[in-house]
Structure formats: C-alpha cells, structure tokens
Design a protein around this ligand. Structure first.
Ligand code: GLC
Length: 749
C-alpha cells in the first residue's frame, strides 16, 4: 500500500478517535472536553511531533521578514510545522493543509495566520485613523468584516489587534495602533478582539485574534523601531499594559511577543511578563507566538550565547510558537535530552496550540475554512465597500477651516487637485494592507471626479511634485492649474511605507518639496483646502499658519477617495478627533496630553519667568492636542452640573453638560470627560480621559450629555504599586478636546 494512503487511513482513524466534540457544545464544556482529547493526543505524539507543533513558518508569499527556510512544504510533510502564515486563498491553503493532514502520521491540521490589521481585501482606514472615529461599534464591525473575508480565503488566525500605546510619532508603527491614550486604547483593543473572534470560535466566520506586541513596543528610545525600551514598572503597568489586559479579559486567543527589551529583559525571554503576569496573574489561557525571528534575536540582544541558549530561555519564559527562527525545531530535542529543559514545558506549549485548533473546529474538519463558495461570495461585497466609505468619513479629522472654506461651495465649477497624493492608489492602502489591492482603491482624484459628474464640475489634476525628492519641475503646471480654478485641493503627505514597521523618522515635516509647493499654491489666493495623507502625526506649523483649511485623511483604504470627497462636498460631516498629539516640532517629543505637572510648571500669569519647565525656542503646547477635531458647525458647552461635590467609594458621581449646535449645519460632536487627581501618593497626570459620548445634533439642537464616575474610575498604581483609588480632591473637565472645556471639581472621601 502506498505510504501516503496508509498514513491517510491512520489519520482518519485518529480523527475518529480524537475528532473535536460537537461544535454546538458551549465553549466552556467544549474546552474541558477538548482538553481531554488534547491530552490523549499528546500521549501518543513523539517528541519530534510535539516540537513540530511549535514551529511557525512563512509561506513564500507576502513575506514580512527574512525567509529562514524556503522549503516549508517539505517541513510540513515531515510534521515540522504547526502553523503557516502569509498563505491565503482556498486553493493554496487546501494544498498546504492536505500536506499536514494526509502526509503526516497524526494528520494534525495547521493554523493559517496573516497580518489582517485594518481589513483583509476590503481595506479600511489604518488603525490610527480608525481610532480617531472614537466609534467602537464601527471599529469592531470593520474587524468582523475582515474576519469574514479572511476566513473565506482559508485564514483562521490573525496577527491583530496591535494594541501598543505610543507617545512618539517618530515611531512609524503608531499607524497600526489606537494612539496615545491607555483608556481609549483599552476600549478599542477589546472591540477588536470581539470583532475578530465573535462569540464562538467554532463559527466558520470567526478566527483567532492575537494581541501584540507584548509589551511596551511603542516606547522605544528615540522613536527608533526595535530599539531599547527602558521604562519604570509604574509606567509599564499604568500606561502600556492595560490594553493587553483588556484583550485578555475579552478572551483573546493568542499573544505575540515584542522585539524589544523592557529595562534589560527582552520580551521573548521575559518570564515575569509571560508566565508570572500573563498567565499566573491575568489568567491568560491561549498560546504565545513570537514575533518574526524574535527568539533568534535574543542573541544580538546579548542575553543568549547561541541558538540553543535562546531556545531554552524562550521556552522557559513561556514562549510557545516560534515564528520563522527555526530555533525550536532545531534545538528543543537536544535540550530535552541534555536535561536543560523538561518535556513537560513542551507538552504545555503543544497543549495550548492544539486546544486552539480544537476550538476552531479544525479537528472536526481541517478544510472548514476552505470553502470556494464563500471565497466567491463574501469578499469585497457592496455592503463592505459602503461601510468602508462611511468609515473613512468618520476617521478623518478636520484640523482647520478658516472662513468656512469647506465644504466646497456649490458655486464652484472648476477644481484644481494638486499634489503627489492626489492620485496615489497604492498609498491609500496604508501599511499592512493584507490581501488588499491598489487597483481597488478609489483615489482622491477618482472620488472627486465621481462627485463632479452630476455637479457639472471640472476637475484638473496636477501632481506638482513627488512625495520625496527635490525637483520643482511640476510647480509651473500646478500653479497654472490653480490660477484657472475656482477652488484648489492640495493632496500632500507621506507615502504608505514612510510609516509602519521599520519606518521611524527623525524629521516629521512634509517630505520633499511639498511645503514649497503648498506655499506657491496658497499664495495665489484661491480658496484652498489641504488634504493630508500620513500614517503618523506630522509637524506642520507652517502649513497650519498658511493653509485656509486642513483635513487629516490618514490612509483611508480602498474607499479613501470616495469618503474624502463626501466630506469635501459636505455629503458627510467631519467628526473625527485626534487620538495622538500633533507636536509643533520633533524636539517636543515625547509629548502627550496626560503628562505630569512637574515641580516647576509654567505660571500662566507669568509665562516669561525663566526658571520654569519650558523651552527657549518652542512652546510647550502641541500644535493640535489629543481629542482635537473640528466640524462644519460649532458646538457650545453649558450648564455643567455634578450630582454632588463629594462622593464616597460606593457612590456614583453623575456629571451632566448641555451641548448645543450653534452653527450653520448639522454635526456630530465627541464630548469628552477628563479627570485630574490633584494629590496622590505618587505624581498624577494633569489630565486623564475617563469618558466620551458621540452626539449628533441638528443645526440649533441642544442635548444634555451625562457621564457617570465611580471610585473604580479613579484607580491607579499607588506608591506601593497597588491598583487602587485614594481619597482626595479631583478636577474634572468636559469639552471638545483635552485642552479645553467646562471645569468643576469634587472630592472622594
Ligand atoms: C512583523 C511584525 C509583526 C507581524 C509579523 C508577521 O515583523 O512585527 O507585527 O505580525 O512580523 O508578519
């Protein structure tokens, strides 16, 4: 009998023996029953087969790092892979799954992972843009669509959400996160896990989520990617870890290591982080995967002498699945034989990974995500594209709008679109664009043209200059186009690879000669609006001074141009608010809204006094603060009331404010609540976001907005590192952003 058919029969027999339990069973019962099956399976696995489950390989596609072992198909057939990533499409996934299921002794199915960061094929705005919508439902729904599309093409595990908090826009990966605030970032983190995993992993449209990068990857020295993170335990617990805890509380299935060290200990060998905190304290039950070759990187980090030592440190720390370094597969067997590691550690890792496969239903049917019908019907549907377009309008932030430059007046009949981002399809995808294709992207030029048809408007596009580069040869044509137009739109910013991984910048100005082009165009004096395309806050004080209007559009995905055009023509109303501070200059970084007061804060009544915490050559304040964003109308705040000037630990404080639309159009306002703990056993931030409410108000409409606060909302890590609240006086502020609003105070007794 041919070898493979014997194997096939063995595999079928084993499926019957170990096949997953009825997927209708509820999750909890399933888990304990699954655990019994996992334990039985592990009992018959050889050491080689166990170690094979701890190896994660990149297929040849879409590689996001060095490919360590191109003959991944051979490794799968030998049982030396538990999972593959960057492989998608029903046919390809079926081919690789068949190798594992029918050509190995036990036929254990593979996980198929992929970086689905802001959409799978229907690409949505980059996560930083999405966070500026402050719309948790839309964020969750976008990941629900992403999971539906990804599972329709064979993916059952995503390397998302990225929940790294960062206060440093030099670091390009801020584009992948939810900005600088821990409280909002934690809400968004949980929404993303729910979007991907739904409430039943056995459902074929749900998949495993991965919280990453654990931990504190967003705080590298000098904003330089992969670089040293050296922060206090207090900062780690207070600002960088809570979004990960929110993911664990939401039931996230896996965790990915971060490349960085934390105060001397690289994450990939950090036993405190991965065993004492993640498992023993937080109760995490899923599995841990490394980032790309991060076990190997323990050697250049300088904590491992060689690969074997790196593998030993990682496994002992609680790391379980080795992405692409091939260190586990090449060293664990010898480490067991030499007694340096116990096989029990390997069994625990295998158990957590097999349990995830059971929960997905892969032991019931390894090909359950290989459904050609779904692949044909559930990807880039009109409903998904319509949602993507709406999400663009909610993610953009109106930074300036002098004299109601926007929306474009109906009298306008000739528009000049000028700038290197005006017709840049691929850049609209942003970084980490998964299976998204540039040809499906609506550029700003496309979007304006589509709108112009029934408005009988002429759109003339001139690139003017490149994104980077010093040539000004395109300026004359651009200037001529602007002079011939009634209205000018400047499309400026970064290309999509100037943010994301390995994309740190020390200079955050507009690249190339774009600012010079903008000056030449703006000085012509036509009504002009700048649309910014970028993956991180930029330092644009000159542009802020000279441009009549600025719309921050980030990278909006496949419907960028349509959504932006909706905003520019007033078919949609801008409501986004910044979730990351825009500095005046790089010298101010790190700069964020919730900084400490220090012992010599500037005295506003005597700002010139020298011996205060300020610069000789820059303001302390940012260009645009956290929470800032304009609309086409105006909102006023009045009647701030609190239910009591004093609460006990068991009370609820009710805060009410009246918000009125006093402008000339309808609008949506994100009303924000900030609290300041005036005196603590440790220093406390001058501001902390503790609530928000999105309210749509028609022109002239007024609404009371209510927030509720309890002592639990006032907790922090006190002098003894206990997470608790302390009695004392608190200021509160309710307003349109972190720098302004109506104020009051209360005491916690
Ligand atoms: C990359 C990224 C990580 C990603 C992984 C797989 O280096 O750091 O976010 O999930 O490799 O592509």
């Amino acid at each position: 009998m041919k070898k493979h058919s014997a194997l096939f029969i063995t595999a079928i027999a084993l499926f019957i023996l170990f096949g997953g339990c009825n997927t209708e069973q509820n999750q909890e019962i399933g888990t304990s029953e699954y655990q019994q099956k996992v334990d039985s399976l592990i009992k018959i696995m050889t050491l080689d087969e166990k170690i094979g489950q701890l190896n994660l390989l990149a297929s040849g596609w879409d590689v996001t790092g060095p490919v360590m072992d191109p003959n991944y198909k051979q490794l799968i057939k030998q049982g030396n892979a538990g999972a593959v990533f960057n492989a998608y499409g029903v046919d390809y996934v079926t081919e690789l799954q068949r190798l594992a299921v029918e050509e190995t002794r036990l036929g254990i199915p593979l996980l198929f992972g992929y970086d689905v960061i802001h959409g799978y094929k229907t690409i949505f705005p980059i996560p930083l843009a999405q966070s500026c919508s402050w719309d948790l439902e839309m964020i969750e729904h976008s990941d629900r669509i992403a999971a539906t599309e990804a599972t329709a093409e064979g993916i059952n595990w995503v390397f998302a959400p990225m929940v790294d908090i960062s206060r440093d826009p030099r670091w390009g990966r801020v584009s992948e996160g939810a900005g600088e605030d821990t409280w909002l970032g934690s809400k968004i983190a949980a929404a993303r896990v729910n979007g991907f995993q739904g409430n039943n992993l056995a459902d074929e449209q749900t998949l495993l989520a991965t919280m990453k990068h654990f931990a504190a990857y967003g705080a590298p020295q000098a904003g330089r990617d992969y670089h040293t993170v050296d922060i206090s335990e207090r900062s780690l617990l207070e600002y960088y870890l809570p979004p990960f805890k929110a993911c664990v509380d939401a039931g996230v299935a896996s965790v990915m290591t971060s490349f960085n060290e934390i105060s001397g200990v690289p994450s990939s060998s950090n036993h405190w982080l991965y065993t004492e905190l993640l498992r023993n304290t937080w109760g995490f039950k899923g599995f841990v995967v490394t980032d790309y070759t991060s076990i190997y990187e323990l050697i250049p980090h300088g904590v491992a002498q060689d690969s074997a030592h790196a593998g030993e440190l990682a496994l002992k720390a609680g790391i379980q699945l080795d992405m692409q370094s091939s260190i586990f597969i090449k060293n664990l067997k010898n480490l067991v034989k030499s007694g340096k590691i116990s096989e029990k550690l390997i069994d625990k890792a295998v158990s957590d990974i097999l349990l995830a496969k059971y929960k997905l239903g892969l032991f019931d049917d390894p090909y359950r995500y290989c459904n050609k019908t779904r692949e044909g019907n559930e990807i880039m549907t009109q409903a998904s594209k319509d949602f993507a377009r709406q999400f663009v309008t909610k993610s953009c932030v109106l930074l300036k709008n002098e004299n109601q430059t926007l929306p474009i007046p109906e009298t306008v009949k000739k528009i000049a679109l000028i700038g290197p981002l005006g017709n840049a399809a691929e850049d609209m995808l942003g970084n980490w664009s998964a299976a998204g294709w540039a040809q499906y992207c609506v550029t700003l030029f496309d979007g304006l043209k589509a709108e112009a048809v029934d408005k009988n408007i002429q759109i003339h596009y001139e690139k003017g200059c490149e994104i980077v580069g010093l040539s000004t040869s395109g300026f004359d044509a651009a200037i001529k186009a602007a002079k011939n137009a009634d209205f000018v739109i400047l499309a400026l910013g970064e290309d999509r690879n100037m943010s994301g991984e390995a994309a740190s910048r020390t200079n955050l100005n507009l690249p190339g000669v774009q600012m010079q082009l903008a000056e030449k165009i703006i000085e012509i004096g036509k009504p002009t609006a700048v649309v910014l395309f970028n993956g991180r806050p930029l330092t644009i004080p000159e542009l802020d001074q000279k441009a009549p209007a600025i719309l921050e559009a980030w990278f909006g995905g496949i419907q960028s141009g349509s959504g932006i055009a909706d905003l520019l023509f007033g078919k949609a109303l801008p409501s986004g608010k910044l979730t990351m501070t825009f500095p005046h200059n790089v010298g101010q970084i790190p700069i964020h809204y919730n900084m400490k007061n220090n012992g010599r804060p500037v005295d506003p009544t005597n700002p010139e006094y020298r011996f205060r915490s300020k610069y000789l050559d820059s303001p302390n304040q940012p260009l645009y603060p956290f929470g800032y964003g304009l609309s086409y109308t105006n909102f006023s705040y009045s009647n701030l009331k609190i239910s009591s000037p004093e609460i006990r630990a068991t009370d609820t404080l009710t805060i009410q404010v009246t918000v009125s639309n006093t402008g000339k159009s309808d609008g949506e306002e994100i009303v924000q609540l900030y609290i300041r703990d005036l005196v603590g056993s440790v220093t406390r931030p001058i501001n902390e976001l503790k609530g928000f409410s999105k309210v749509f108000l028609k022109q002239g409409e007024t609404r009371d907005v209510i927030f509720k606060i309890t002592a639990n909302d006032l907790k922090f890590f006190n002098l003894d590192m206990e997470y608790t609240y302390e009695p004392g006086k608190f200021d509160l502020m309710v307003g349109p952003n972190s720098a302004s609003g109506l104020k009051d105070s209360f005491s916690l007794r």
